[in-house]
Design a protein around this ligand. Structure first.
Ligand SMILES: [Zn+2]
Length: 235
């Protein structure tokens, strides 16, 4: 009996490989249509819904500045920066100048492309829908205090994630109807401002490894701090 089982298994495996390669080839050539977020050959499109294939492409782009810049250039205003390494502790690697996310503008900002990609996701999934639902208007501008800054954490000997452009400080939002929502006045401001700022803080916690808001301490009364921390804090 064993005599027959091994050839049978080998033939079955070969047949399965043949079918898998055939399907892969047909997806690649477009003969079989799959949803865009499931197509591994399609270049990364950051506006597509989540899927395991999409997550794999995003994680590859995080480690590959050229792919990251190409994907961001389709949805944001970015230009690639040459690597900047003024010291062993301070650098911007895989950097971009970021001046817009979707339809929202920013004062041009030097940061890592991977951080710009996270900001785009936050703008799309959290900020823009919250502006529409709470204020009934559109987002025009995101105000910030910058990303790269060669410094230590205040009151500590440890280097800040800003020293590697792995963090950004967000100060406020300008809306299409002229409203100006700042962290400083809005955190304890009108009911709408309070609801909006807490909602986009919570939205950021789904995306960034580290999030600090005015709830954390007085040093953050006027901005959100978002960073690449692996510790998953959200305060
Ligand atoms: Zn910060």
């Amino acid at each position: 009996m064993r005599r027959y089982i091994f050839p049978f298994l080998i033939n079955t495996a070969l047949f399965a490989c043949f079918i898998a390669f055939g399907i892969a080839h047909d997806i690649k050539t477009g003969r079989i249509e799959v949803a865009a977020e499931w197509n591994p050959w399609r270049p990364l499109d950051l506006t597509l819904p989540d899927s395991p294939v999409q997550a794999w492409k995003v994680s590859r782009a995080r480690g590959d500045p050229a792919q990251c810049v190409a994907a961001m250039a389709r949805v944001a205003s970015v230009s690639a920066l040459p690597d900047f390494t003024p010291s062993a502790t301070c650098s911007i690697e895989g950097g971009v100048v970021l001046a817009g996310l979707g339809a929202a503008r920013l004062d041009p900002l030097k940061t890592r492309c991977a951080l710009a990609m996270d900001l785009f996701r936050w703008e799309q999934e959290s900020v823009r829908p919250a502006v529409r639902e709470i204020f009934g208007t559109d987002l025009r501008r995101i105000e910030h205090f910058g990303s790269y800054s060669c410094r230590r954490i205040a009151g500590s000997r440890r280097w800040s994630r800003h020293a590697r452009a792995e963090a950004i400080d967000i100060a406020g939002f300008r809306l299409a109807d002229g409203q100006h929502v700042t962290l400083l006045r809005g955190w304890e401001g009108s009911a709408k401002e309070r609801a909006f700022l807490r909602r986009v803080r919570d939205g950021a916690c789904e995306i960034f490894g580290g999030v600090l808001s005015p709830d954390y301490n007085a040093a953050h009364a006027d901005h959100f701090h978002f960073d690449f921390s692996p510790w998953g804090f959200c305060r």
